[in-house]
Design a binder for this molecule. Structure first.
Ligand SMILES: Nc1ncnc2c1ncn2[C@@H]1O[C@H](COP(=O)(O)OP(=O)(O)O)[C@@H](O)[C@H]1O
Ligand SMILES: [Mg+2]
Length: 289
């Protein structure tokens, strides 16, 4: 993903000074959502001492790892390019919200609440491209808007694919819907490109990993039935946020000893483990289904 943003005239016309609170961006895949989210974040930093960017795309994550939601915060607006001041991740455990909508909306809400506690003036919420009504995309966006209560929803549509989501919100005084055309600079990505992107992210993440031994006797484990070699999991802090991810090497149900391959240097702060639905070869970055 290149950092070069071509700013269309329609983006320049957005009055950033009126944007506050939670700002959500919706649209199908490859409509320029993440690029616009980055652009908006950089603009908002000029107006607020602290701005959040919440990446809810568990497939083509831009801030954190695939399978996670990630919140990043800006520091001060002294320079053109905002510096990141810490990140927080929530593990969903899958690379699509299909079949995993509860952890997506719950995680997004937990991270939004953190952003608010940290005093952000605005938080930009980037979302997945799942908008298809038959696949549950309509329900996902509708309930996410209901829960996160954005003041503004930016919508990127090529045709009528967002109509089923947008039409009630256009008349609802709780939100302002701003519809923008899909930028001409958008490059569509094939399924292979998307898989390759994740493979690189995984390979890079696990390149510094090691095997750590752990006893499950004192630990909260969510989804123990999936504890088999190759399974992706999250090592979580006391608040349920992901400190890091790991892959199960081995598990002995009798001794409750588990070996986890993870770049996390220590398991000292781990309060709980959550198993995902994805299996992974950490050496090649290849996902197994
Ligand atoms: N305004 C823009 N200027 C330059 N490149 C863009 C712009 N909008 C999108 N792209 C490119 O198009 C591709 C898809 O855009 P992205 O923002 O990731 O879409 P989405 O998040 O909706 O899937 C990316 O490679 C991105 O760099
Ligand atoms: Mg995106």
């Amino acid at each position: 993903m290149s950092d070069e943003i071509r700013v269309p005239p329609a983006w320049k016309r957005v009055d950033v000074s009126t944007l506050t609170g939670t700002i959500m961006i919706i649209g199908a895949s490859d409509t320029g959502k993440s690029t616009f989210a980055r652009y908006l974040f950089r603009r908002l930093v000029e107006y607020y001492p602290r701005v959040g960017l919440l990446d809810c795309d568990v497939g083509q994550s831009s801030l954190g790892l695939p399978t996670t939601l990630t919140l990043a915060l800006s520091t001060s607006a002294t320079e053109g390019k905002p510096a990141w001041n810490g990140r927080l991740a929530y593990f969903v455990g899958a690379i699509s919200p299909r079949g995993h909508m509860l952890p997506v909306v719950v995680g997004a809400h937990k991270l939004q609440r953190r952003a608010q506690q940290w005093g952000v003036g605005a938080v930009v919420v980037d979302t997945t491209g799942l908008v298809d009504a038959a696949a549950g995309g309509g329900a996902l966006k509708q309930w996410k808007i209901e829960l996160l209560e954005p003041t503004t929803v930016f919508a990127f549509a090529r045709g009528v694919e967002l109509e089923h989501i947008l039409w009630p919100w256009r008349r609802d005084p709780r939100v302002r819907v701003i519809e923008l055309p899909v930028p001409r600079a958008v490059r569509e990505r094939t399924r292979e490109t998307r898989i390759r992107y994740r493979v690189e992210r995984w390979k890079n993440y696990f390149s510094r990993a090691d095997t750590l031994q752990l006893s499950l006797r004192q630990l909260a484990v969510f989804g123990l039935e999936a504890m088999t070699p190759g399974q992706l999991l999250a090592l979580q802090d006391a608040d349920g946020f992901a400190l890091g991810l790991g892959v199960v090497r081995s598990y002995d149900p009798h001794t409750q000893a588990v070996a986890i391959y993870t770049p996390l240097p220590s398991l000292e702060d781990v309060s709980s483990i959550r198993l995902g639905t994805l299996r992974l070869n950490p050496a090649t970055g290849r996902e197994m289904y």
